[in-house]
Design a protein around this ligand. Structure first.
Ligand SMILES: [Zn+2]
Length: 78
């Protein structure tokens, strides 16, 4: 519950808001909000009424997407 750092992969920022039973930093929280909005208004509103366990599922799904976004790009060869 009381994470000392953001629970997103490779992030050492201080926790800002909960994502399910875990905590994420401000940047990742905003990213999570954007992701939920992109999935549609229905998902956005549904999340508010979800239990912690259900939110964990959503947060886990979102975390898979940030892992992909933040995968190190191959360094361009000069
Ligand atoms: Zn973070």
């Amino acid at each position: 519950m009381l994470d000392s750092t953001c629970c997103a992969p490779n992030c050492l920022e201080k926790p800002y808001a909960p994502a399910g039973t875990r905590s994420i930093c401000k940047d990742h929280f905003l990213n999570f909000l954007t992701w939920r909005r992109r999935r549609g208004a229905r998902m956005f509103h549904t999340y508010a009424g979800m239990t912690m366990e259900e939110r964990d599922t959503i947060a886990a799904e979102w975390m898979k997407t940030i892992r992909m976004d933040e995968a190190p790009a191959p360094a361009p060869k000069l």
